[in-house]
Design a binder for this molecule. Sequence first.
Ligand SMILES: Nc1ncnc2c1ncn2[C@@H]1O[C@H](COP(=O)(O)OP(=O)(O)OP(=O)(O)O)[C@@H](O)[C@H]1O
Ligand SMILES: [Mg+2]
Length: 225
Amino acid sequence: MFALELNHISKAYQDGERENLVLNDLSLKIGKGEFAAVLGPSGSGKSTLLTIAGMLLSADKGNIIINGDNVSDRKQKEWTKIRREKLGFIFQNHQLLPYLTTEEQLKLVADMKPYKTKEERNKAVDELLQELGISNCNKKYPKQMSGGEKQRAAIARAFINRPEVILADEPTASLDGTRGRQIAEMIRQEVKIRNTAAIMVTHDERILDLVDSVYRLDYGNLLKI
Ligand SMILES: Nc1ncnc2c1ncn2[C@@H]1O[C@H](COP(=O)(O)OP(=O)(O)OP(=O)(O)O)[C@@H](O)[C@H]1O
Ligand SMILES: [Mg+2]
């Protein structure tokens, strides 16, 4: 069974009079513990693809299956719950809340579902921060942290609910080469420790040795390369 299956996804945006077909009968399967990269020119539909896989936008056609569960059949009302329980997001700009410390960012989103007690959850927060090398940032606000530290905090936040699938849209784009590579390494590390599937959109071909599979999005479809 695959962690994530996208089957025959199509999506068009209305562009004035014209329809702009961005995804054209696209299919993709990602296994548990698989770290996949998606490349493609600007405007090719990479963010649209992640937004649909992340159930933040509905496709015109096709379906999404997460660990055997056809989630696109569910009512829109249930999507928020599925997003919270099954999916983790990492964006180009960390999107941390400015008025919360790192620890608080994680606790805020930490659903109690994977944890029996608050203590267990707090322990998971500490463990993740340690694995990602930012234990020293637990009481810090985003403005007191470097770009790389903030991006690591965003990774921790994406993993805290033990999601089945991680979706990362250019998570290294705002960082220099070395720090960008470290971020991709951190995502890989967590994907492997936790056996989570992950899709990362990137423009940085230098980090492709860190992923298990590489796809190129072109003319609305994915080619494995
Ligand atoms: N909400 C929208 N309404 C109309 N058109 C849109 C919308 N969002 C995206 N598009 C168009 O769809 C196409 C794909 O956009 P998308 O953001 O998915 O590209 P991308 O591959 O992520 O690009 P980039 O590398 O620049 O981030 C573009 O032509 C864009 O203009
Ligand atoms: Mg994009």
